[in-house]
Design a protein around this ligand. Structure first.
Ligand code: ADP
Ligand code: GLC
Length: 467
């Protein structure tokens, strides 16, 4: 089957979070199942793209209100992936260094989607499925169904995957003139609570809607930033499919970013060597259990609670904590401020660092993930694969992938996003760490869990076949 994934992120070309990991790995696994999956994303003026080989594929032009833009589709070739990857560049709009954060982002999103459709229109071989990821590319199903220019693409089935319903991309009807022409009787399809809401529009127009875990789909029907009623009324086309991980990239035996590679049988010495490097670099004590946190420092991840949690547990327990992340400045400042108070037991790296993240998954004893909202979460799956016991709040994908050790499982789970509950879980983890036999047995056990894409990649294919 010819599948076209459309996304603003794709690892290793451009990554902000888990969206990139999914779009960079699902097509690989789909191709291993004898499909022809490709990815189209914007062109970024970043290190990875600049060192890559780009071949011109197509040139065209699009119109945004009164301005017309020339765009170029180029194929980016690399040994890093086994699927075709195309980037779309537009001088002054889709040629920037960062993925998000620009004032004219709505124009960027619309221009990308229109260029993509224009290219497909002129391409002889059409995709058999267009799979849109998150709100940045979720006007595509509307354009294909309702806009005169793309009416010949109407029959191609579309899938929307919601990676995060917090961000819906809505913008004011004042910008309606940025969209291509359609019959104004259909204007209600774009409308959700008085603004143009791309995610809501795709929930209405796409052939199928997926979320990245079954539990998150159920949660969204109750609470989805205003989309809950819509998801309930469209429930027959909605399904939760759990993300997988790329077990070739996330492989302790071969991961080039680790200080020492290891297997299930060399886990003790392997993790010890990685922990030592982390402790030496960040001034921590390798004799104490090491708790890691990796992620965006935002409310969704309960990052605002972390400074109080860390103060509490570092005061009462002999443990190390190492944090890697960036986000709200207020949280960054509070996390930095703890460094002086708990020197030798605590450190934080504010920023994005792929190598450090791999080292933490390998060298930490526990990974803290107390998210308020977690559509799927990949960190807990990486940490399981690297033999690091996850401490999670039972929500979304965390609930679907981690079972508490008290329920014959392998992780530590709690229900509330509160300082008390998170601290209590960390205290339970310290208890587990001191039970050396059970701790080591659990470490080995979790490395064996199969969270690869093998199952879910096939589930997506079955879904495509159904439409
Ligand atoms: P989300 O997409 O909501 O941020 P996920 O758990 O799905 O959360 O994915 C996060 C991905 O981003 C993981 O691959 C994680 O290792 C990575 N990541 C998050 N923050 C950082 C950081 N500061 N440095 C390096 N990698 C990070
Ligand atoms: C989003 C979600 C995260 C999920 C990722 C990949 O960023 O916040 O939970 O794992 O998408 O689907």
């Amino acid at each position: 089957m010819r599948i076209l994934h459309t996304s603003f992120e794709c690892y290793p070309v451009a990554k902000v979070g888990g969206l990139a990991d999914v779009v960079g790995s699902l097509p690989k696994y789909q191709n291993e199942l004898n499909n022809e999956a490709s990815v189209v994303m914007p062109y970024y003026n970043n290190k990875y793209v600049n060192k890559s080989q780009l071949t011109d594929v197509y040139k065209g032009s699009i119109q945004l209100a009164a301005v017309s833009y020339e765009f170029q589709v180029k194929q980016l070739k690399s040994k890093d992936f086994n699927f075709n990857l195309f980037v779309i560049s537009i001088v002054g709009l889709l040629d920037r260094e960062n993925v998000y954060g620009y004032e004219d982002e709505t124009n960027q999103y619309i221009a990308f989607q229109l260029s993509l459709l224009d290219w497909i229109l002129h391409n002889k071989e059409k995709p058999e499925i267009i799979h849109c990821h998150d709100h940045h590319t979720s006007l595509i199903p509307f354009f294909m169904k309702y806009c005169n220019a793309y009416v010949t693409l109407k029959e191609i089935p579309t899938v929307l995957t919601i990676h995060n319903a917090q961000y819906q991309g809505h913008f004011s009807f004042d910008k309606l003139n940025l969209l291509p022409s359609f019959n104004h009787n259909d204007i209600g399809v774009l409308d959700w609570y008085g603004s143009i809401n791309p995610m809501a529009t795709a929930i209405k127009c796409a052939s199928k809607v997926t979320t990245v875990s079954p539990s998150y789909m159920e949660e969204l029907k109750e609470k989805a930033n205003g989309l809950e009623g819509l998801l309930r009324s469209e429930k027959d086309k909605c399904i939760g499919i759990l993300n997988g991980i790329d077990t070739n990239v996330w492989n302790t035996e071969t991961d080039p970013l680790l200080a020492k590679n290891y297997t299930q049988s060399t886990i003790v010495s392997g993790k010890k060597a990685n922990k030592k490097v982390l402790c030496d670099t960040y001034g921590l004590n390798p004799e104490l259990p090491l708790f890691g946190f990796i992620g965006r420092l935002v409310g969704e991840k309960s990052a605002d609670l972390l400074p109080s949690v860390f103060k509490e547990v570092l005061t009462n327990q002999e443990i190390n904590i190492l944090v890697l992340g960036s986000g709200h400045q207020e949280i960054e400042i509070q996390l930095e401020a703890l460094k002086n108070e708990f020197e030798g037991k605590y450190n934080v790296y504010i920023g994005y660092d792929e190598k450090l993240s791999h080292l933490i998954y390998a060298g930490a004893d526990f990974l803290i993930m107390p998210s308020r909202v977690e559509p799927c979460g990949l960190n807990q799956m990486y940490s399981l694969r690297y033999g690091t016991i996850p401490i999670v709040r039972r929500t979304g994908g965390l609930k679907d992938t981690v079972i508490d050790i008290g329920d014959n499982g392998f992780g530590i789970c709690h229900d509330q996003a509160s300082v008390w509950d998170i601290s209590y879980s960390i205290n339970r983890a310290v208890g587990l760490y001191t039970n050396t036999k059970l701790f080591k047995k659990t470490q080995k056990q979790i490395m064996k869990i199969d969270n690869s894409w093998n199952n879910s990649a096939q589930e997506y294919i079955n879904l495509y076949k159904s439409i």
